[in-house]
Write a protein that binds this ligand. Sequence first.
Ligand code: BJW
Ligand code: ZN
Length: 242
Amino acid sequence: MNAFESIKNKLLEAKKIVFVTGAGISQESGIPTFRGNDGLWRNYDAMKLATIDAFYENPKLVWEWYNDRRKNIFQAKPNDGHLAIAELENFVDVTVLTQNIDGLHQKAGSKRVLELHGSIIKIKCTVCDFKTEIADEILEVPPKCTCGNILRPDVVWFGEALNQELWQNAMILANQCDLMVIAGTSLVVSPANTLPIYAKQNNAFLIEVNPEDTEMSSQMDLTIKNTSAISLPQLVSIYKKL
Ligand code: BJW
Ligand code: ZN
């Protein structure tokens, strides 16, 4: 039974759909999530490694974590959840606001993707304005900039602000959509977890796709308790049947 049949009209009326995605959407591509048992790497808690303090305390360790993840991400393929979101662009205006740094939405073919927490392929200097993209493994970590200071992944860690222009755009897009699908995120990290609130201000219909409950499940208009690779193709099939 396709759980989206019951809201078929809502789906077909929607002009602008915004997806808010998190680590769970890439779980079926073999990329671990952050929280729960999955969020452990060499017995370190991922949440403790994703901080600016952890980086300055032990830049080598944090770089090794990103090197391992980059290796895994480079060989990962988008799953049916990513592909369904990309395919939906054939029917309706779609934007993806992702907390993921893995680039799998773009690999799947989604055209409008805002990477709220940065990207695994980007690195930057901790002091000067130098930024670049990397394709290969970095063997000696932490790598150094030509200015002599160490380079870091161009991602957003706890205690750091998101790119302000990007965040402004994300808020506007959330506030203008009439349907928001929140897939594979625990919604515990701010400010990304406020995006459903901006959508609600516009009376948007909120759908959550997650096998587990989140702190905001009770505020959703529809909760689909299944994985994104199973559920999102079912959503697209409603449009395909027309
Ligand atoms: C499936 C599935 C399947 C599984 N299908 N679903 C107190 C002190 C200091 C700061 C704060 C504080 N209180 C609040 C803050 C702010 C802080 C914050 O929110 N902390 C919370 C932990 C409490 N936020 C920040 O610091 C942010 N900046 C900021 O606020 O700036 C202003 C400011 C500055 C200073 C002080 C205060 C404010 C920045 C947040 C940056 C987060 N960065 C990371 C790392 C990015 C780089 C990288 O990837 O390495 O982002 S941490 C990590 O969490 C990563 C993720 O994008 C993010 C969210 O996680 P996500 O995606 O939701 O994953 P999980 O694992 O949590 O959930 C997976 C879900 O999928 C689960 O629900 C599963 O059930 C589900 N699932 N399989 C569908 N197959
Ligand atoms: Zn530099």
